[in-house]
Ligand binder design. Structure first.
Ligand code: NDP
Length: 340
């Protein structure tokens, strides 16, 4: 039924048993190691797992959890250690990077019917494993959103919120490279400097500047073509007011809380196009995954996309990492090193 290395029965993982604040986050070695249950399953021994803001939404109950214990994590790199007997494209020892729930653990099971993985070269370095365990979720979010949620065009004026954040840094680079004008918003001058280094043309400090006034100045009173707003609740009105007639509002996150319900007629005065997209909706077929993951790899490998990690935390220190992330103390990507 399967081919497997000798695996332990339990493993170290970061998880919750109930919704709540930071104190509900648990780290211990009590979580069972998954077993091959179907002939297309594989088990991966993880090396690095990227941290994403979405974990905070699951922990706080903003996004639903079907089953506890809920092991955090959405992406990782690792080595295949067990394969079901119908798996033909991967073998024990192969290194892969992949998207899946449950990666803040030493071992994760996925099925190869789910195609969201790429094979990594056998001579991948530790640094490669760190990058590829962390690049895909935020990279693909930025890449798919600028192509599908709002197709960014040269000379557009585009508002990028949390421009020095994980997704924000990538959006800033990709939008600038199209020849559009990125108006970066961040809470400190240090973060804005990073956004500038990554290609932003205009900078707005959300702590000290009047954002709407600044946008008016920059766009000669016209407003922006699009806003990529990951902050949600606190910034909805500012984004809406900053858009030009027929502008596109891409609301894709809840860093300050979910956008509160509002009458649709709010969109009418300027004929605004509003989207609330999710990455998974743009990589929902093997063809879409293949197209966008290869495109992202090309951008990274040709150095058109700069990607490095802000900090690598040990798996056991996830609580410190998410306190930093949710406390707005970070920029770019945060990563967990998984104990071997
Ligand atoms: P970030 O690195 O962007 O971290 C969050 C940043 O948001 C902070 O650094 C901070 O930047 C800004 N922020 C503004 N207001 C708040 C607040 N009240 N509390 C905390 N942070 C705030 O995180 P990620 O790159 O991981 O994710 C960015 C957003 O994109 C998240 O909302 C995430 O859920 C969303 N996302 C959505 C996806 C989708 O499919 N829809 C996929 C991937 C990510 P500053 O200090 O400069 O204001």
């Amino acid at each position: 039924m399967s081919n497997s290395k000798q695996l332990p029965s339990t493993q170290s993982a970061v998880y919750i048993n109930e919704i709540g604040e930071f104190d509900k986050i648990k780290f211990d070695s009590s979580i069972p190691v998954p077993k091959i249950e179907s002939s297309n399953d594989i088990i991966i021994k993880n090396y690095y797992a990227g941290i994403n803001f979405i974990e905070a939404y699951f922990r706080k109950g903003i996004y639903p959890i079907n089953k506890f214990p809920y092991v955090f994590g959405r992406e990782a790199s690792g080595e295949v250690v067990a394969v079901g007997n119908e798996v033909s494209n991967l073998k024990i020892g192969d290194k892969i990077a992949y998207l899946s729930p449950g990666t803040f653990a030493q071992y994760t099971k996925i099925t190869t019917n789910d195609y969201k993985y790429i094979k990594l070269p056998s001579n991948s370095t530790d640094e490669d494993l760190k990058i590829f365990g962390s690049l895909f979720l935020q990279g693909l979010t930025a890449l798919t959103f600028i192509n599908e949620a709002y197709k960014v065009k040269p000379n557009d004026y585009v508002l990028v919120w949390a421009a020095a954040g994980g997704v924000g840094k990538i959006l800033t680079q990709l939008i600038s490279q199209i020849g559009a004008n990125v108006i970066a918003i961040a809470s400190t001058d240090e973060k804005l400097k990073l956004a500038k280094d990554y290609g932003a043309k205009y900078l707005i400090n959300s702590t000290t500047d009047n954002i709407e006034e600044k946008v008016k100045e920059i766009t000669n009173g016209k407003g922006v073509d699009a806003t990529f707003d990951s902050v949600g609740k606190d910034t909805f009105e500012i984004s809406l007011n900053s858009l030009k007639r027929k502008g596109a509002f891409v609301s894709y996150g809840n860093s300050s809380g979910p956008v509160t319900p509002f009458p649709l007629s709010k969109l009418t005065p300027k004929n605004i196009i509003l989207l609330r997209p999710s990455l998974n909706g743009y990589i929902a077929t093997p063809e879409e995954w293949e197209h966008y993951s290869q495109e992202l790899l090309k951008l990274y490998e040709s150095k058109k996309l700069k990607f490095d990690t802000f900090k690598t935390y040990d798996l056991k220190d996830y609580v410190d990492a998410t306190k930093d992330l949710e406390g707005r103390k970070t920029h770019g990507k945060l990563t967990l090193k998984i104990p071997q």
